[in-house]
Design a protein around this ligand. Structure first.
Ligand code: NDP
Length: 442
């Protein structure tokens, strides 16, 4: 059943999320990244909606061609180039890997080759920028709004296709979820793991590529634009490139681990993931770099070092917390966390078919500090990207606000699920670790 709050939120997002993205990008293009000036201009009658719209770059054949080539290239790297990185990089888990058990009991196999796709794409990018010069490294910035139309088209086509596929030719009919509410099903998805053929997995592809591979390229394009406009690249732009680059590389280095996260384990594939990965992620996660093209902030050395430290500590907390849980679960508790045997709470749950299973909830290490300390690290990193942009405008802070809302919502959603799953054992766990994100506060 879909409650009215979920339905209203879904209708709001379906109607307004594309406009929100447009508003942010247009504000930079036409108002130097001021979020308030477009509104005051409209309210005072200085501009009409049609004036803003008429100044917005249209979809071009050139942009459509580049975008199609980009997506096609990522499909080729994903489907046709088996992973070779795991043969060279010690400790890297790539190649064919198994995902988590789906609600219908299926264990999907995935070709984990995201790191390789990222490396190949970036090597080609740098080879072009420094040697071949086939296109300008500012190409992404220069076509940013025309690409927005292409990304929207892809996002809607993919989500609509996923919906139709869920009804008429699902990959696994038992893993489909129909609520009977068209909007909910369109937004949150019907199929759990839609695939075309044996290997093209929608969730893994759209989550990681083209969006996250593009993330670092988009930032590089912004840095190149700064160089073109001002003759130098500011330290804030370098910070944003480096910190977000670490986050992206971490994602691909741990792509196999990612198969066990909420996005892949619990979410179905609909507009939320399909459109979100094509439009929301590449456009709104990169706002800091875009902002810095219009406002080239040069930070004092002390501020730059402070932000770098915040970003790196945030990353460390994020990675170590995830690592501790992963190690604990993989070894069934036979491991060391911070040099000693971990503490945990034994828990059990009953699956739909009535079988009883046992599991463990870690209460040592960062997991003894708060129940979602990995989110806390993520938020510290997010704040660092935003702080690099100074305090003149609120636009670059959108990412931090958004991540805070997303991750708090996730805490609630996840805890609701865990409580339904573990019942009184979950209560014992929340009594042992009473805080969610910040020990002593929340
Ligand atoms: P978690 O990795 O925290 O996974 C939550 C699950 O872990 C729970 O459902 C439960 O599953 C299990 N669990 C909870 N507590 C414990 C415990 N104490 N010991 C052992 N297992 C436990 O959440 P996500 O998958 O959401 O996040 C993964 C990472 O991805 C996070 O670091 C997050 O910050 C990041 N992220 C980033 C986003 C972005 O857009 N940049 C978006 C979303 C996430 P079970 O049923 O197995 O018990």
């Amino acid at each position: 059943e879909v409650d009215w709050f979920s339905l209203v939120s879904i209708l709001f997002l379906l109607a307004f999320a594309p406009l929100i993205v447009y508003y942010f990008i247009m504000s930079c293009d036409q108002y130097q990244c001021s979020l308030t000036n477009p509104v005051t201009d409209l309210l005072s009658g200085n501009q009409h909606l049609s004036d803003i719209w008429n100044k917005t770059p249209a979809l071009t054949y050139k942009a459509a061609g580049i975008y199609a080539a980009w997506v096609a290239f990522q499909v080729v790297l994903y489907v046709f180039v088996p992973d070779f990185c795991h043969k060279f990089f010690p400790g890297y888990v790539g190649g064919v890997q198994e995902g988590a058990v789906t609600p219908a009991g299926v264990v999907n196999k995935y070709e984990i080759n995201g790191l390789q796709a990222w490396i190949i794409t970036h090597v080609l990018w740098f080879a072009n920028a420094y040697y071949f010069h086939y296109f300008s490294p500012t190409i992404i910035f220069d076509n940013w709004i025309p690409f927005l139309w292409c990304a929207n088209i892809l996002g809607y086509v993919v989500s609509t296709f996923a919906m139709i596929k869920g009804y008429f030719f699902p990959t696994n009919a038992k893993d489909c979820k129909f609520t009977g509410n068209f909007f909910y099903d369109y937004m949150m998805g019907i199929e759990f793991n839609p695939r075309v053929g044996k290997w093209f997995d929608f969730k893994l592809f759209f989550n990681g590529r083209p969006g996250i591979v593009a993330w670092t390229l988009i930032n590089l394009s912004y840095a190149a634009k700064q160089q073109e406009l001002y003759g130098h690249v500011t330290n804030s732009m370098i910070l944003v490139n480096v910190l977000q680059g670490i986050y992206v590389l971490d994602f691909f280095w741990n792509e196999a681990w990612y198969l066990k996260t909420i996005d892949i384990c619990h979410d179905h594939f609909g507009w939320y993931l399909g459109w979100g990965d094509c439009v929301w992620l590449p456009y709104l996660y990169t706002l800091q770099g875009l902002y810095l093209v219009y406002h080239p902030v040069q930070l004092s050395t002390a501020n730059a070092i402070g932000i770098l430290v915040l970003g790196l500590v945030g990353y460390y907390v994020f990675r170590m917390t995830n690592h501790q849980k992963d190690l604990f679960r993989r070894t069934n508790g036979n491991c060391k966390i911070w040099g000693r045997k971990p503490d945990y709470i034994e828990c059990s749950y009953v699956s739909v078919d009535g079988t009883k299973y046992y599991s463990k909830l870690l209460t040592s290490g960062f997991w003894g500090w708060a129940r979602h300390f990995n989110y806390t690290g993520d938020l510290m990193g997010s704040l660092a990207y935003c702080l690099a942009c100074g305090f003149e405008h609120i636009l670059p802070y959108f990412y931090f606000v958004y991540m805070t809302v997303l991750l708090i919502h996730r805490c609630v959603r996840d805890e609701h699920r865990c409580y339904s799953k573990y019942g009184k054992d979950w209560k014992s766990y929340t009594a042992a670790v009473p805080y969610r994100l910040i020990p002593g506060l929340f």
